[in-house]
Design a binder for this molecule. Structure first.
Ligand code: G6P
Length: 608
């Protein structure tokens, strides 16, 4: 979603701001802008569309300043346009702000300001903050912020410039991520680490209602009562290379290729690969807790929710615990009945998804324990959950999640195996065998990726299709959901997923000559049933591709096969999703789509 970057220091900041915004492009946006303090006033440049448009505008109308803020906007209130792009200024042009989040009471605030004679330039909720700060400005931005912030309902991360204080930059947050860091030539703010990682690796994570006042060489933090705070920085040990494309055409392709390593890194962290034993201290449930578990609820959005569905099956089948998985945006509002001893696992790559945060807080407010599977250190979910298990996927830049999903699946494998072991459903011997099978996955995942030409060929054969149906049973059904989501996210091709047994209850009416059906066929227990379902659509004219390991002859003779290496049913999802990610990628590639930044989507969905 929207991105913020800001700087105060010794360098002309335009290049720094533009570079920072570039690093945040992956979050998704539809307009961009910068503001600097120049000759005692605010200078602004904005453009609709891509950052290149803003760069062009600055090329034609240059500006210069040592204190500035920049923003990429993902429209919520008010269409994507030049006028609605941030930064926004007050009517006197004394201050400028950039804002991530949504001000829910903006309408009434705007009305009351209009009654006081303030004329608004844009349709945004953000401009209300700029006008409020301008209206109540008392000569000191810090005290003005203390006056205005309590009026705002909703969520915000804010960067503020005050033309009267050209060597200061202000920022604050509630509900939206914001970080601060001290570089060699000045101080930075940003909504996300990659924007400023080049300048500092020691990052301060702002908490809700903290205010930071930055100047060239110092950063001061204050709490909501105005008391000065001492904050500890967190050292970030991944580097910019991790956020570069490394010669791949797209981040999505790079991230798909990284998956064997991600599986290996995650295993190395959670499993002692020499003794083939889980490192118990890394597991979220102690032996006593594992034995006492009666119910687990898994919550997430999008791809993370799909990982949760796989997790639910694994926990039920292996560890024999009643488990449900739900989308966080539904769960938080449907007044769920929560048992006292119910455990929660929230799943979020970014750790900043608004709905997942709200669902997590609901469980916590009820007194229940929350475990988070998260990829971003220091994110809101990582900080607020009782226990965090990190997915060691490294920064995921492409909007469509691939390697983080696979890492989430792997964590569920480990949690389910460990819990099953603790609860006595797996012997020591079976546990070792399972871990050995997991240890073979990186090599097998690599083999799937090496066969990518075949997947590209299938994609080229399917280039004209208008819709694709993904079917499967049991874990394959949940994989089908993820495969369909990947395809629609990046290629904009209509795709649906169905439990294969459900087809005949309605969907089969849509099958006609040439319809593309992709069957996930990794679950041996129901393979015979799935083959019958494949036949049902095939005889009605569907063109079928099946993803299978060692496909039985009757399958390989009737449909096209994307073969993956053999793995136990419970582990097959980690391999079977890879050809589907590649299929989505190649379909999008031949359609010329903006693969890493699909239209209308955002990487980190910080509004509900
Ligand atoms: C957005 C992204 C999806 C992601 C979902 C949940 O919709 O586009 O790729 O799966 O958010 O994100 P999270 O960061 O919570 O895993």
């Amino acid at each position: 979603m929207c991105g913020i970057v800001g700087y105060v220091g010794r360098e002309d900041c335009i290049a720094l701001l533009l570079k920072g915004l570039e690093r945040l492009e992956y979050r998704g946006y539809d307009s961009a802008g910068v503001a600097v303090i120049e000759d005692g006033g605010i200078s602004l440049r904005k453009a609709k569309g891509r950052l290149a448009n803003l760069q062009e505008e600055i090329g034609v109308n240059p500006l210069k300043g040592f204190t500035g803020i920049g923003h990429t906007r993902w429209a919520t209130h008010g269409e994507p346009s030049f006028i609605n792009a941030h930064p926004h200024v007050d009517i006197h042009g004394r201050l400028a702000i950039v804002h991530n989040g949504i001000i829910e009471n903006y309408f009434s605030l705007r009305k009351s300001l209009e009654q006081k004679g303030i004329r608004f330039a844009s349709q945004t909720d953000t401009e209300v903050i700029a006008q409020l700060l301008g209206f109540y400005y008392d000569g000191d931005m810090l005290t003005t912020l203390y006056r205005v912030l309590p009026m705002l309902e909703g969520s915000f991360a804010l960067g503020v410039l005050d033309a009267a204080c050209p060597d200061k930059l202000y920022c604050t947050r509630k509900g939206n991520p914001l970080i601060v860091g001290q570089g060699e030539t000045g101080s930075f703010i940003a909504s996300d680490i990659p924007a400023i990682l080049e300048y500092t690796r020691d990052i301060y994570f702002m908490d809700d209602y903290d205010i930071a006042v930055l100047s060239r060489d110092t950063i001061r933090f204050y709490d909501e009562m105005g008391n000065e705070l001492r904050k500890e920085s967190t050292h970030i040990d991944w580097d910019m290379e991790a956020a570069e494309k490394d010669g791949y055409a797209h981040f999505m392709l790079k991230e798909i290729h990284q998956q064997p390593k991600v599986i290996q890194d995650t295993l190395n962290h959670y499993v002692n690969m020499e003794t083939m034993e889980i490192r118990r201290e890394t597991m979220p449930f102690s032996p006593e807790q594992a034995k006492a578990l009666t119910k687990v609820t898994l919550l997430g959005c999008g791809t993370a929710y799909h990982a949760g569905l796989v997790g639910k099956s694994l926990l039920e089948n292996l560890a024999k615990i009643r488990t449900t998985a739900d989308v966080a945006s539904e769960y938080r509002y449907r007044e769920p009945l929560i048992d006292k001893d119910e455990a929660f696992i929230v799943i979020s790559q970014s750790g900043e998804t608004a709905d997942t945060i709200a669902a997590m807080r609901l469980a916590k407010a009820n007194g229940n324990r929350v475990v988070a599977l998260c990829n971003v250190i220091g994110s809101t979910i990582a900080r607020e959950a009782d226990t965090v298990m990190y997915t060691l996927a490294g920064p995921e830049i492409a909007v469509a999640s691939t390697k983080a999903y696979v890492a989430q699946l792997l964590l569920f494998e480990l949690i389910a195996l460990d819990t099953a072991h603790q609860r006595g459903y797996l012997s020591d011997e079976q546990m070792k065998e399972a871990l050995q099978a997991l240890a073979r996955l990186p090599e097998k995942a690599d083999a799937v990726i090496q066969a990518k030409e075949k997947i590209q060929y299938f994609a080229s054969q399917s280039s004209n299709c208008k819709s694709v149906f993904f079917i499967g049973r049991l874990l394959d059904y949940y994989l089908a959901m993820e495969a369909a989501l990947k395809l629609k996210e990046v290629s904009y091709i209509h795709s649906e997923s169905y439990a294969a047994g459900e087809l005949k209850h309605g969907t089969i009416a849509l099958i006609e000559e040439g319809t593309l059906v992709v069957a996930m066929a990794t679950q041996h227990k129901v393979l015979g049933k799935l083959i019958s379902n494949i036949e049902e659509v095939r005889v009605r004219g569907a063109k079928v591709i099946a993803v299978a390991a060692n496909p039985p002859q009757m399958l390989s003779e009737s449909v096209a096969i994307l073969e993956i290496p053999e793995a136990p049913d419970a582990m097959a999802p980690l391999l079977a999703i890879i050809p589907m990610q590649l299929f989505a990628y190649y379909m999008a590639l031949q359609k010329g789509c903006d693969i890493d930044k699909p239209r209308n989507l955002a990487k980190s969905v910080t509004v509900e």
